[in-house]
Design a protein around this ligand. Structure first.
Ligand SMILES: [Zn+2]
Length: 286
């Protein structure tokens, strides 16, 4: 298999910023990508080290990142990796698509990991009504358990919400939301953004905000106040325009942030500063 061509590095940012959500373990091939996941396969064929990923990100002003777990082995690996790299924090959780694996034992282990100093988020958790890999019943039980873990540990709750806005908001209200809630790869429209603003939830924007057919995401970004905005890649998935179909990585954050600055008609360096300050509010000081 020939090495896939990676996107060229974008123009460096005028101020430092961080990637609030990526999956280093999938990018470096800690877990071999399944044949049904060509993006992860391409990412793994092209890259081998966490240091390499951090170096190429630093070169364009993306100096820190949060690597997010989706099951127990992934959460363990991400927690260990965060402990080894000063610029890396981790999130730990059982993903809604894996919610059937949220047994009392695995949740106890997630909570133990969540208390580690370099682990700053419980996530990604939430609800996914697009995929039916886990039943709604299992997803709701797992989501509620993660909300409780975030509250007990005082860590940010990072939410995966796919076609489930109403239920995610309802469950948060019923359980009582933790102090810090982040909607990762925000996928709502302006109306949903307004509901998040009212509740004080952070919205983390990703590559799709740059997609031609996603005007609703740009409308949402216009509504979101800078004080509640984060930026992320969800790498190796969801690369920004013009790199759709290629593996994403934290060094492509500048393309998404530039789009957000244009949408909000704001200075790029100022927006980067605001997003970085929000990162400290959400994940604590680095
Ligand atoms: Zn993710």
């Amino acid at each position: 298999m020939s090495t896939p061509k990676l996107p060229d590095a974008p123009k460096p940012l005028p101020a430092e910023v961080f990637d609030s959500h990526c999956h280093l373990d999938i990018m470096v091939g800690n877990r071999q990508a399944s044949s049904g996941d060509p993006v992860a396969q391409a990412a793994q064929a092209a890259r081998t080290s966490v240091e390499g990923i951090l170096d190429e990100a630093r070169a364009v002003g993306v100096t820190r990142l949060v690597t997010i777990g989706y099951d127990l082995p992934s959460s363990r690996w991400n927690a260990e990796t965060a402990a080894l790299h000063a610029d890396v924090y981790a999130g730990v959780a059982i993903h809604p698509n894996e919610a059937h694996a949220s047994t009392p034992e695995t949740l106890a282990e997630i909570e133990r990991l969540a208390r580690l100093p370099h682990v700053r988020a419980v996530g990604e958790t939430g609800l996914d009504y697009y995929r039916d890999w886990a039943s709604k019943e299992d997803q709701h039980a797992s989501f509620r358990a993660h909300i409780e873990i975030a509250k007990r540990t005082g860590k940010a709750l990072v939410i995966h919400d796919r076609e489930a806005h109403d239920d995610v908001l309802r469950v948060l209200a019923e359980e009582g939301a933790p102090d810090v809630v982040v909607f990762h790869s925000f996928s709502g429209d302006a109306e949903m953004a307004k509901r998040c603003v009212t509740a004080g939830y952070f919205m983390s924007f990703s590559g799709p905000v740059t997609y031609k057919n996603a005007a609703y995401l740009r409308e949402a970004a216009r509504v979101a106040p800078r004080e509640l905005m984060l930026v992320e890649t969800d790498a190796p998935y969801l690369p920004p325009t013009p790199h759709r179909g290629k593996p994403n990585a934290p060094y492509l954050i500048p393309l998404t942030l530039r789009c957000l600055a244009e949408v909000k008609e704001t200075d790029l360096a100022e927006l980067a500063g605001a997003v970085s300050a929000n990162g400290e509010t959400v994940f604590g000081s680095w």
